[in-house]
Ligand binder design. Structure first.
Ligand SMILES: Nc1ncnc2c1ncn2[C@@H]1O[C@H](COP(=O)(O)OP(=O)(O)OP(=O)(O)O)[C@@H](O)[C@H]1O
Ligand SMILES: O=P(O)(O)OC[C@H]1O[C@H](OP(=O)(O)OP(=O)(O)O)[C@H](O)[C@@H]1O
Ligand SMILES: [Mg+2]
Length: 286
C-alpha cells in the first residue's frame, strides 16, 4: 500500500480556510465533511487531520501527524521538538502588549509589579526576563481582552491584527512581543519516503506562494521606446517582445513582483507604455 504523509491543520478558526485553500491551490483535493476530523486526498498521498491548533505541535513531535500548519506564535509557545519548514504568508498577526487607553505606558518598565493576563505565558515570561521586568502572570485561555475591564489584570498580551478587538475593549497596543504567520512544521524523524512526499508538497507550495507574489504584465510600447521600457522590466528570464499589427508598435510581456509592482508601473507609463494589463498568475515554477 502506498505510504501517505499525515498533515494536521486547524479544524476551525483563523487558519482553517487558508490552510485548506493552500492545499487546494496545490492541486490536492480536500473533501471535508462537516464534523469529519480525518480525510484523505484522492490525488496526492496525503491524509488530513483537523485539530485544535494548540495540539498540533505536540502531535507533530509525537509523529501522530508528520507535518502541520500552525501559527509561529503557537510553535514558539509550545516549544516542542519540531522543525519549521516554510513560512506560508497567511495568518499574519502580532503578539502585543496592550493597556487601558488612558494608561500612561512609558516602556516595558511600566509592567514591573503589575498583573498581566495572557494565553501565552511562555513567550511573555521570556520577553519579561529579557527586559528585566518582574510581573504577575495570569494565564487565561481566551477572551483575554476583557481582563483589564473586569479588574483581573492591568495589562494583557494577546494576538492583534486589525486592532479592532483592542479598540472595542477600551485598550491600546503599546509594544510587540512577536510577529507571527502560519508555518509548515514537520516531525524531525521522517523517513526517506515521507521526506520525498514532503518535497513534492513543498515544490507545489513554493510555486503557489511565488505566483501569489507576482503578476503577469502585458503592455504596448512604441518601438523607439522599447529599450527604455525593457530595461525597467525584470521578467523571469527577459521580457517577451512581439510585434503588434500596427507598424512601429510592440507588445511586451513580463512578470513583476508584488512589492515593486506600483513603482515599476509608474515608470513604465512615464517611459511611454500604453494599454497596460495586469493578470494574476496561478502557479509559478522556475
Ligand atoms: N486576528 C488575527 N489575524 C490573523 N491571524 C490570526 C489572528 N488571530 C489569530 N491568528 C492566527 O491564527 C491562529 C489561530 O487563531 P484562532 O483564533 O482561530 O485560534 P484558537 O481560538 O486557539 O483556535 P482552536 O479552536 O483551533 O484552538 C493563531 O494562533 C494565530 O497564529
Ligand atoms: O486585532 P483584531 O483584528 O481584532 O484580531 C485580534 C483577535 O483575533 C483573535 O481572536 P479570534 O477573533 O480569532 O477569536 P478567538 O478569541 O475565538 O480565538 C485574537 O485572539 C484577538 O482576540
Ligand atoms: Mg487554540
Amino acid at each position: 500500500m502506498e505510504q501517505k504523509l499525515k498533515i494536521a491543520i486547524q479544524k476551525s478558526g483563523r487558519l482553517y480556510e487558508d490552510s485548506v485553500k493552500l492545499l487546494k491551490d496545490c492541486g490536492i483535493d480536500v473533501k471535508n465533511g462537516i464534523n469529519k476530523l480525518k480525510t484523505e486526498a484522492e490525488n496526492f498521498p496525503l491524509e488530513i487531520y483537523f485539530l485544535r491548533d494548540d495540539d498540533i505541535p505536540q502531535y507533530v513531535e509525537d509523529a501522530v501527524a508528520d507535518i502541520g500548519i500552525v501559527g509561529e506564535n503557537v510553535v514558539f509557545e509550545k516549544n516542542k521538538k519540531v522543525s519549521i519548514v516554510e513560512q506560508l504568508g497567511f495568518g499574519k498577526c502580532r503578539l502585543s502588549i496592550a493597556v487601558g487607553r488612558k494608561d500612561d505606558y512609558n516602556g516595558v518598565g511600566y509592567l514591573n509589579g503589575r498583573r498581566i493576563a495572557t494565553s501565552y505565558p511562555v513567550l511573555v515570561q521570556k520577553f519579561l526576563a529579557e527586559n528585566g521586568v518582574q510581573a504577575e502572570l495570569h494565564e487565561i485561555s481566551g477572551s483575554v481582552e476583557i481582563a483589564p475591564g473586569i479588574g483581573l489584570a492591568d495589562a494583557i498580551v494577546d494576538l492583534v491584527s486589525s486592532g479592532s478587538t483592542l479598540f472595542m475593549n477600551g485598550l491600546k497596543e503599546v509594544d510587540t512581543v512577536l510577529r507571527s504567520q502560519a508555518v509548515l512544521i514537520r516531525n524531525q524523524g521522517l523517513d526517506e519516503n515521507k521526506l520525498q512526499i514532503l518535497e513534492r508538497l513543498l515544490f507545489r507550495i513554493r510555486a503557489v506562494k511565488k505566483a501569489k507574489n507576482n503578476k503577469y504584465v502585458l503592455l504596448n510600447a512604441p518601438n523607439d521606446k522599447l529599450s527604455e521600457i525593457i530595461a525597467l522590466l525584470p521578467g523571469m528570464k527577459s521580457p517577451t517582445v512581439l510585434p503588434l499589427a500596427e507598424p512601429g508598435w510592440s507588445s511586451v510581456h513580463s512578470v513583476l513582483s508584488e512589492n515593486q509592482f506600483w513603482d515599476i508601473i509608474e515608470q513604465l507609463k512615464a517611459a511611454g507604455a500604453q494599454g497596460i494589463l495586469v493578470v494574476p498568475i496561478e502557479k509559478m515554477i522556475i
